[in-house]
Design a protein around this ligand. Structure first.
Ligand code: GLY
Length: 377
């Protein structure tokens, strides 16, 4: 077992897995090969009909590939394969794509290739990685986040897209792809992560000179605050960059981000708000930050010494137990499991609602605890 947890916690994780299996099998049969985002009255709609390359459109396939890996049931594989094929049009259309190629193609094509050896999916993943690499800005040395109208912006979330480049670099023996990922991670060390372990969401660069300009507010409360999903991207993203490069600075940064996250979560009884630096009232929760951070903490625990692991593993379990205790819908007749996910602080429409990536990271974390996951990143 990669993670040492108490027998009580192991039995709890096994019980959660049993519930996940029942719920996700029912969902898979009902929902099929669509790209769900936020359910409407307990029912998923197909986000692909509005935007084929919306950044969350890979997560349902990611859930299905994790389920296939854990159960070997063909239903999951066949459904995930169909989603992967649908995304081909997004590569062909090209112009709608932004930096979230990792979220989209790691969870579909690359997962497929890793689990089944599908050569067409390998090509899809390499194609997506090439497009991601093409977003690298030599002036400033970062991967551009968004498109026309939002020039010069780099964001913390992109740390989670870098594993697509690490994978493609390894596949093609192309150190240039890896260097692009490293340059972006180095930029994040300098301009995204703060010395106290908190982080910015956005960085604005001058597009011509690459000069750093400022850190505008993003999806959190305000500029200088502490958007918790961004904090979780920092923990997990830096731990992943360490996995693929063994650069000590990334491990140190992941630890600093983790200590900050754990301290803030602990004083909130492991119920994670949308922003750690926002007014006491109203309290807005973001469960997606909690479950993503739990995965990042478990990832990080794999790279530290024996007597350091416990801090990260125990904190991950506390975050996950809180989710199970307060924020799960186990009714197999409704779509989605984890409630109270939040897209951004200042937008009511996706505040404290179930969001597909909350379910993905919850599943990944539970499977990690039981050593039944596979590394999708
Ligand atoms: N990648 C966008 C987000 O975390 O909301």
């Amino acid at each position: 077992m990669r993670y040492t947890i108490s027998e009580t916690d192991r039995q709890w994780a096994a019980r959660v897995w049993d519930k996940l299996e029942v719920k996700l099998k029912a969902e898979c049969r009902r929902v099929g090969p669509i790209m769900p985002y936020i359910p409407v009255n307990g029912t998923y709609e197909d986000m692909a009909e509005k935007n084929l390359v919306w950044w969350t459109n890979g997560f349902w396939a990611g859930i299905l590939w994790q389920m296939y890996h854990a159960t070997k049931e063909d239903l999951y594989k066949e459904t995930a394969e169909q989603i992967g094929a649908k995304l081909d049009q997004g590569l062909a259309d090209y112009t709608g794509l932004d930096h979230d190629l990792g979220f989209l193609w790691l969870h579909t094509a690359v997962a497929d290739y890793r689990l089944t050896g599908n050569q067409q999916s390998r090509i899809r993943g390499l194609h997506a990685a090439g497009i991601l690499a093409g977003r690298f800005q030599p002036a400033g040395e970062y991967i551009r986040a968004w498109n026309e109208g939002q020039e010069g912006v780099a964001i913390v979330d992109c740390l989670m897209n870098l594993p697509l480049l690490y994978w493609a670099a390894d596949q093609r023996n192309d150190s240039g792809l890896k260097q692009i990922a490293v340059k972006h991670a180095d930029m994040a060390l300098q301009y995204v992560l703060r010395p106290d372990g908190s982080c910015n969401h956005l960085v604005q660069f001058d597009t011509e000179t690459g000069e750093y300009l400022d850190n505008p507010g993003g999806q959190g409360y305000e500029s200088g605050s502490s958007w918790t999903r961004g904090q979780s991207w920092a923990v997990y993203g830096m731990a992943l960059s360490y996995r693929y490069t063994l650069k000590q600075e990334y491990l140190d940064a992941a630890k600093r981000s983790a200590h900050y996250f754990i301290a803030n979560a602990a004083v909130n009884d492991y119920e994670v708000p949308i922003d750690f630096r926002s007014p006491e009232e109203p309290v807005y929760v973001d469960t997606t930050a909690a479950v993503c951070a739990a995965c990042g903490l478990l990832e990080l625990s794999e790279f530290v010494g024996e007597y350091e692991k416990g801090l990260y593993i125990k904190a991950a379990v506390r975050l996950l137990r809180k989710i199970d205790e307060k924020f799960c819908d186990w009714n197999p007749g409704t779509d989605s499991i984890v409630s109270h996910g939040s897209g951004r602080y200042h937008r009511e429409s996706d505040r404290e609602v179930p969001i597909i990536y909350g379910d993905y990271f919850f599943l990944e974390a539970i499977l990690r605890l039981l050593d039944r996951d596979f590394l999708i990143w």
